[in-house]
Design a protein around this ligand. Structure first.
Ligand code: ADP
Ligand code: ZN
Length: 298
C-alpha cells in the first residue's frame, strides 16, 4: 500500500509517496505561493499515485480538534492568504482519501519517534529553530495537542546579560522565538546567520536562549530526549554550548542516567532532514489504521 505525505511549510511544500516502513519512494517540492495555486499543484502531483491516505504535517496555527467546525484549517497565520484555509477539507475532497493532520513539529517528532533515534520512547520533544521556533511534544506516548497545540516558541525567556536586542516577535518582542529564531539572529547582528559562523559571541547568546528553553522542558515535561532541528541548528557548534549551559542552569538538581549523558540527551535530528516528511507518512498510516490520537505502541 502507498501513502501520501505532505510537509506544508510557509516557504515550500514537500510532497512524498511512502510505504508502510516510512520509506520515501518519490518526492517533490512545490513553492508555497497562493493557496489556490499551491494546493492545485499538490493535488495534481498526488492524483495518479493511488495513495491509501494522506498525512499532512502543517505550519500553523492549525485547528486539530476533531469535533470542531474548523477542524483541519490553518487558523490565524500571518502568512499572506493562508489564514482560515481548510487545507484538510480541500485535499480530502480532491483526492478522495482519509487525511491525517498535525502540526509540522509534531510531524517531525513523530518521524523521529517512529523511524529515528527516539524509537521506543514515551516522552520526547522536538524543537525547530528556523524562520520560527516551535516544539512538538510526545508525553506518555501521545502527541500533545491540549487546548490548541503547544506554542513553545513563545515562552518568556530571561535575557542574556550582554544582549541588548529588543526581540523580533510581533506579539511578545523578546520571547524565545523573538530572541532565537533565524530572523532574530539576522536582525541582531545585521547579517545572515550562516555568515556569522566564526563569531563566538553570536552562538554564546543563541545557546543561552536554547538552553533556557531546554531547561524549562526538563523541569516541566521531563522528556527522555530533546531533539533540536531547523536551519539554525545546522550550526553544529551550538550543541556543546547548549549542553554546557543546560548543565549549569539545572545545577545538579536533576540526577538520573539519561540526563547525565547529555551528548545523547540533547541531540540533532537523526533522519537527514527527512523527519518531517517521514512523520507525515506515519500520520497517513495512522489515519488508515485508526491509531488515534496518535497513540504510539510502546
Ligand atoms: P523554515 O523554518 O522556513 O522551514 P529553516 O528551518 O531552514 O526553514 O530556517 C530558516 C532560517 O534558518 C533562516 O532564518 C536562516 O537564516 C536560518 N538558517 C538556515 N540555514 C542555516 C545555517 N546553515 N546556519 C545558520 N542559520 C541557518
Ligand atoms: Zn512571541
Amino acid at each position: 500500500m502507498f501513502y501520501g505525505a505532505l510537509e506544508a511549510g510557509g516557504t515550500k511544500m514537500v510532497c512524498a509517496l511512502g510505504d508502510e516502513n516510512g520509506t520515501i519512494l518519490e518526492q517533490t517540492f512545490i513553492p508555497t505561493t497562493t493557496p489556490d495555486e499551491t494546493l492545485s499543484a499538490i493535488i495534481a502531483w498526488f492524483h495518479d499515485k493511488e495513495i491509501a491516505s494522506l498525512g499532512v504535517a502543517c505550519f500553523g496555527p492549525v485547528d486539530l480538534r476533531r469535533n470542531s467546525p474548523t477542524y483541519g484549517y490553518i487558523t490565524t497565520t500571518p502568512k499572506k492568504g493562508w489564514a482560515h484555509v481548510d487545507i484538510v477539507g480541500i485535499l480530502k475532497r480532491a483526492l478522495g482519501v482519509p487525511v491525517g493532520f498535525d502540526t509540522d513539529v509534531n510531524g517531525s517528532l513523530l518521524g523521529e519517534v517512529t523511524y529515528g533515534q527516539a524509537r521506543g520512547l514515551t516522552d520526547a520533544v522536538y524543537i525547530t529553530i528556523g524562520t520560527g521556533v516551535g516544539a512538538g511534544v510526545l508525553s506518555g506516548g501521545h502527541l500533545v495537542h491540549g487546548m490548541l497545540h503547544p506554542e513553545f516558541g513563545h515562552i518568556p525567556v530571561v535575557k542574556h546579560p550582554d544582549d541588548t536586542y529588543k526581540g523580533h516577535c510581533p506579539y511578545h518582542g523578546s520571547c524565545f522565538e523573538g530572541m532565537a529564531a533565524g530572523p532574530a539572529i539576522e536582525e541582531r547582528w545585521g547579517q545572515k546567520a550562516i555568515n556569522l559562523k566564526d563569531d563566538p559571541k553570536v552562538w554564546d547568546i543563541e545557546a543561552h536562549y536554547i538552553a533556557e528553553a531546554c531547561t524549562t522542558l526538563i523541569m516541566t515535561l521531563s522528556p527522555q530526549i530533546i531533539i533540536l532541528g531547523g536551519g539554525v541548528m545546522h550550526q553544529a557548534q551550538l550543541f556543546p554550548l547548549i549542553r554546557e549551559k543546560v548543565k549549569s542552569m539545572v545545577n545538579g538538581y536533576v540526577l538520573n542516567d539519561e540526563f547525565a549523558d547529555l551528548d545523547h540527551y540533547i541531540v540533532p535530528a537523526s533522519l537527514h532532514d527527512d523527519q518531517g516528511i517521514m512523520g507525515a507518512i506515519k500520520l497517513a498510516i495512522d489515519e488508515v489504521y485508526g491509531v488515534l490520537p496518535h497513540k504510539l505502541p510502546v
